[in-house]
Design a protein. Structure first.
Length: 346
């Protein structure tokens, strides 16, 4: 078990280009809350209990983080996104220059599937005394620049949802979160870290190197009280990623991207359907429709097509849907979606 966890930590650090990974956390959303609290402890330059969070971050992540940190006197301040590009621009951060914030959260890709200008955002945060918390899609990291290489210094803390790494969903789960950081912040990282060592006879062994969980030390001294290790899901992800290897994971990411672009091209060929934003995307894209999104998605569901997510409630975009495709979708699947949407919009 310890060796499997050690291998998981190794593959996550390589995937994110970070120094250290812990032995997983509960899920991606609560992992972000852990990262926010960690940034307050780790940022010695700041006395702030405020963190900048982009409006283009997954709303579920924002609400989960808010629920966890609000009773600990932590404030999340929202940064608006560009309505044309669907990105968080540095210009949107400039009103906060000179203010004291512990960290800036950067989502890559963001909730709209758009790729953020991470180098500029990271450098701006560091220039203004903030740590950078990256929230990333692990599959995308096989194809695009990992957070450890963002800007001049890289992100400081990285979290995300590990479920895309070969963990099938059933009845609402399971999920597991991952968390990585720079070496200098490792003492502030919640959870536990497995290390490799040798015994008195020189034989290789694995051991708990860092134990900051409430199960191991006094609750008042723990860095977190919710950093449950999702051991079974993490093991599945380790096996999946090991079997694919670097080239295999890159192929999965590239095929997912290609399928989404192909789907978007098919759907936007339908009269009245357009891309909502101009920024490049990974394997999700926002489309605007000539009819209300909720109405269209309900009609697609009657045709056994899971058409995407409406942006009506979270962003007030009544006619917009977030659609996605992965490596498992075939050309026939894409054509089925296209035909169903044509019929619903007719």
């Amino acid at each position: 078990t310890l060796q499997v966890i050690y291998e998981f930590q190794t593959l996550m650090t390589r995937l994110t280009a970070m120094d250290v990974s812990n032995a997983s956390v509960y899920d991606g959303a609560s992992g972000l809350a852990e990262a926010v609290l960690m940034s307050l402890r780790a940022n010695r330059k700041s006395k702030s209990r405020k963190v900048l969070v982009p409006a283009a971050l997954n709303p579920r992540y924002t609400s989960a983080t808010q629920a966890i940190v609000e009773n600990q006197d932590v404030a999340l301040e929202t940064v608006p996104f560009c309505q044309e590009k669907g990105q968080t621009l540095v210009d949107a951060l400039k009103p906060h220059e000179g203010e004291d914030f512990a960290a800036l959260v950067i989502s890559q890709p963001n909730y709209f599937g758009s790729l953020e200008e991470v180098d500029a955002l990271t450098d701006w945060a560091h220039a203004n005394g903030m740590l950078v918390i990256a929230v990333v899609n692990p599959t995308a990291m096989a194809l695009i620049t990992p957070p450890g290489e963002w800007g001049a210094e890289g992100a400081d803390i990285v979290v995300g949802e590990g479920q895309p790494l070969g963990v099938p969903l059933s009845s609402g789960g399971p999920y597991f979160g991952f968390m990585c950081c720079k070496q200098k912040y490792v003492r502030q990282m919640p959870g536990r870290i497995i290390g490799r060592t040798v015994d008195m006879e020189g034989k290789q062994g694995f051991t708990l190197t860092l134990q900051a969980r409430e199960q191991h030390i006094r609750r008042s001294k723990a860095t977190s009280n919710i950093c449950t290790n999702q051991g079974l899901a993490m093991t599945a992800a380790t096996i999946y990623t090991s079997l694919l290897g670097p080239d295999g994971l890159t192929n999965v990411a590239a095929h997912s991207h290609a399928n989404t672009q192909a789907l978007a091209d098919k759907l936007t060929a339908i009269d009245g359907v357009e891309r909502a934003f101009t920024a490049p995307t990974f394997h999700e894209v926002v489309l605007t429709l000539p009819k209300p999104a909720d109405q269209v998605l309900a009609a697609l569901a009657e045709k056994d097509v899971l058409g995407g997510v409406s942006l009506a409630n979270d962003y007030g975009m009544a006619n917009a849907i977030l659609v996605n495709a992965t490596e498992v979708h075939s050309e026939q699947d894409l054509q089925l979606f296209e035909q169903a949407l044509k019929e619903v919009l007719a």
